[in-house]
Design a protein around this ligand. Structure first.
Ligand SMILES: NC(=O)c1ccc[n+]([C@@H]2O[C@H](COP(=O)([O-])OP(=O)(O)OC[C@H]3O[C@@H](n4cnc5c(N)ncnc54)[C@H](OP(=O)(O)O)[C@@H]3O)[C@@H](O)[C@H]2O)c1
Length: 287
């Protein structure tokens, strides 16, 4: 179809990683990343997972060679990692991050996906001079279709930046910014964004039921409409406004709905307010 992008070829970008990769926190996001890395050719033997309550899937990976919760000992200092990925909840960070200093050497990249935990916080918690990338993924990462935005501190070398990009690309697209202050607004847009789309789906289902449709049919029609439209947007080179105009004939049914949605107090106004509120909350919570 014209205007459609080709899917990216499956790349084995991590097959040549030298050194070990330590994943701290194999919850929803950490596990999704781990699956992505192994899918991109990372050898299980290069991975160490630190996770107090490993899932069945993580335990199964341990049987394939992933190191799970190795006992700390005098040897640990010598086992500096090529990369440490921090995927614990932000509130766990004050306990979980400082001990990781044991695995950090000059060549180690620390990649944190903790919401709201700043580069300043990580620099204070880790040895001086540590190379740090802070990143904000979103939940479609679970199916390899996330979008992650990353920002690096001044200690990150071009090689480490490439490694961070490769690690994050295992769960979707990656964008880099230079200004960490943008993290609050982009957390509000793409980090929280999936919730806005799911709310749209909920509201469409309710509205369909109010218009007389059987609930199960309204839910199925909504699911496929939101998913199909998202996929069309994903595969198309055409911008969202044009795709919208393409389904809107003057004086037709879509135009009648859009008059309401694009009128005063409509989508634009609501989302601007919602994203401003989320940006403010992210700023208030940051530390
Ligand atoms: N999910 C998202 O959409 C999303 C989006 C952007 C950013 N993030 C960030 O990603 C991070 C992880 O989120 P998540 O949804 O994957 O959370 P999660 O499912 O709760 O995963 C966190 C995991 O870390 C484990 N953990 C706790 N303390 C630990 C420690 N000291 N050492 C090692 N592991 C420890 C937790 O174990 P227990 O269950 O035993 O505590 C849990 O399995 C968060 O910082 C979040 O801000 C998530």
């Amino acid at each position: 179809m014209r205007g459609m992008k080709r899917p990216a070829a499956n790349q084995k970008t991590l097959s040549k990683l030298s050194g070990s990769l330590v994943l701290v926190g194999a919850g929803k996001m950490g596990s999704a990343m781990l699956d992505g890395w192994l899918g991109r050719g990372l050898s299980p033997r290069r991975v160490v997972v630190i996770e107090p309550q490993p899932s069945k899937a993580t335990k199964a990976l341990a049987r394939r060679g992933v190191g799970l919760n190795p006992k700390p000992g005098p040897k640990v200092k010598a086992d500096a990692a090529a990369a440490i990925v921090i995927a614990v909840k932000p509130q766990t960070a004050p306990d979980a991050v400082p001990p990781l200093g044991l695995h950090v050497s000059k060549s180690t990249l620390v990649l944190s996906i903790m919401a709201g935990r700043t580069i300043g916080f990580l620099e204070k918690s880790l040895p001086a001079g540590t190379a740090i990338v802070r990143a904000m993924p979103n939940t479609p990462a679970a199916i390899g279709r996330g979008i992650t935005v990353a920002v690096a501190n001044t200690k990150v070398s071009p090689r480490q930046r490439k490694l961070a990009g490769d690690l994050l690309a295992a769960v979707g697209k990656v964008e880099w910014v230079n200004d960490e202050a943008l993290m609050d607004a982009l957390t509000a847009l793409s980090g929280s964004g999936p919730a806005y789309v799911f709310l749209l789906a909920e509201a469409m289902t309710k509205a369909g039921i109010a218009a007389g449709l059987p609930p199960a049919l309204a839910a199925r029609l909504t699911r496929e409409t939101v998913a199909g439209s998202g996929e069309l947007l994903h595969r198309s080179d055409i911008d969202a406004a044009t795709l919208r105009q393409n389904v809107t004939s003057p004086g037709g049914t879509t135009a009648a709905a859009l008059e309401v949605l694009m009128g005063p107090g409509g989508f634009d106004e609501l989302l601007t307010k919602a994203i401003a509120a989320a940006t403010k909350r992210s700023r208030d919570l940051a530390g």
